[in-house]
Design a protein around this ligand. Structure first.
Ligand SMILES: Cc1cc2nc3c(=O)[nH]c(=O)nc-3n(C[C@H](O)[C@H](O)[C@H](O)COP(=O)(O)OP(=O)(O)OC[C@H]3O[C@@H](n4cnc5c(N)ncnc54)[C@H](O)[C@@H]3O)c2cc1C
Length: 308
């Protein structure tokens, strides 16, 4: 296990740490540590790291941690932090190129500035481009993969590849390989094609979209966005509210009063176990009352127990 071995890597330019808390790398501000945490300097550095890492070691990637719950026992093996404030962003041949570590709101503003339409929805999604690709993140009728032309991927053994959109099967918050298997590669970059628009109109749309979010979502408190996927033809928030669950708390985790499909960690002292127990409670209550089985949208990773 990597936890007990000397960390000997040649030529790395990123930051390597043992037992680092992941709570500060997730928007819920909860959860345990990573055995080993690696923040690569860039794509090539990450490839070099993976080439030297024994293939027996598990690798988990986190972007901005805005859709993950890390259990209190933490994550075994290596966690790679993809968020990179210096990630590349460019326009070439009518396509917008963005590295995976870029925050999606930056992509939205950049696209608007370059007279693109339809990228505005990304301004309201507080993750990375890589996270948006992995989740097929979307809102207000737009979904990430509607605009993807191709992606660059990195395999577990450190090889880059470029894959066309047709290599994937895309659904609501779901991304699979075309053969139905789950993708195992890391997304390192993507090329997007947005329709021609108008910079002023796009900027105004971003502003009104963000105002709408501030009015309806508990953005001042740690949260991970919508906890459950919307069931076909309905809204998870409506069902949760109808069951009287707004404000329901377990430990320091609470169903938001502002938006029933959000769970908040108001005092930043919720354990991941509190949040997970609340997810289970909401799911069971809604199932018993309505017959609808809400499926979590957030991804739960790591081991239960205490290892802060
Ligand atoms: C206030 C708020 C509002 C939100 N609103 C929306 C919304 O409107 N629509 C929506 O869809 N989501 C929404 N979300 C959820 C979240 O922001 C999105 O799912 C986002 O795309 C996750 O990006 P991330 O970088 O934070 O990914 P993370 O949470 O870090 O990771 C999510 C998953 O993606 C994987 N992943 C991350 N990066 C990569 C990569 N480079 N390669 C391969 N896999 C990767 C991770 O392993 C994990 O399984 C919201 C969240 C918050 C906190």
């Amino acid at each position: 296990m990597i936890m007990n071995e000397p960390l000997a890597f040649a030529g790395l330019r990123g930051t390597l740490a043992r037992g680092a808390s992941l709570a500060r790398h997730t928007s819920w501000r909860a959860g345990g540590p990573a055995d080993v945490l690696y923040a690569p300097a860039d794509r090539d550095d990450l490839a070099g790291f993976l080439r030297q890492l024994p293939t027996s070691e598990a690798v988990t990637v986190i972007g901005l941690g805005s859709n993950v719950l890390v259990r209190d026992g933490g994550v075994r093996g290596v966690v790679v932090l993809m968020h990179d404030p210096g990630a590349a962003l460019a326009v070439a041949d009518g396509l917008v190129y963005a590295e995976a570590g870029l925050a999606t709101p930056k992509l939205a503003r950049f696209a608007a500035m370059h007279d693109c339409a339809d990228a505005e929805f990304l301004a309201g999604i507080p993750g990375t481009v890589g996270g948006a690709l992995a989740m097929n993140a979307g809102c207000y009728g737009g979904e990430t993969w509607d605009y993807v032309v191709r992606v660059e991927t990195l395999s577990r053994d450190g090889r880059f590849d470029v894959r066309e959109r047709s290599a994937y099967s895309i659904g609501y918050r779901s991304v699979r390989n075309a053969d139905g298997s789950p993708p195992t590669e890391i997304f390192t970059a993507a090329w997007f094609r947005f329709p021609q628009g108008d910079a002023v109109a796009a900027r105004m749309r971003i502003r009104s979209l963000l105002a709408g979010r501030i009015a309806t979502q508990p953005l001042a408190l740690p949260n991970a966005g919508s906890v459950f996927r919307n069931p076909p033809g309905d809204h998870a928030a409506r069902l949760i509210e109808a069951c009287g669950l707004k404000g329901h708390a377990i430990g320091a985790a609470r169903v938001s009063e502002k938006h029933a499909n959000f769970i908040v960690n108001p005092e930043r002292r919720a354990r991941a176990a509190d949040i997970e127990a609340l997810i289970v409670h909401v799911r069971e209550t809604v199932r018993a009352a309505t017959g609808v089985d809400l499926e979590p949208e957030v991804r739960i990773i790591g081991e239960a127990g205490e290892r802060r």
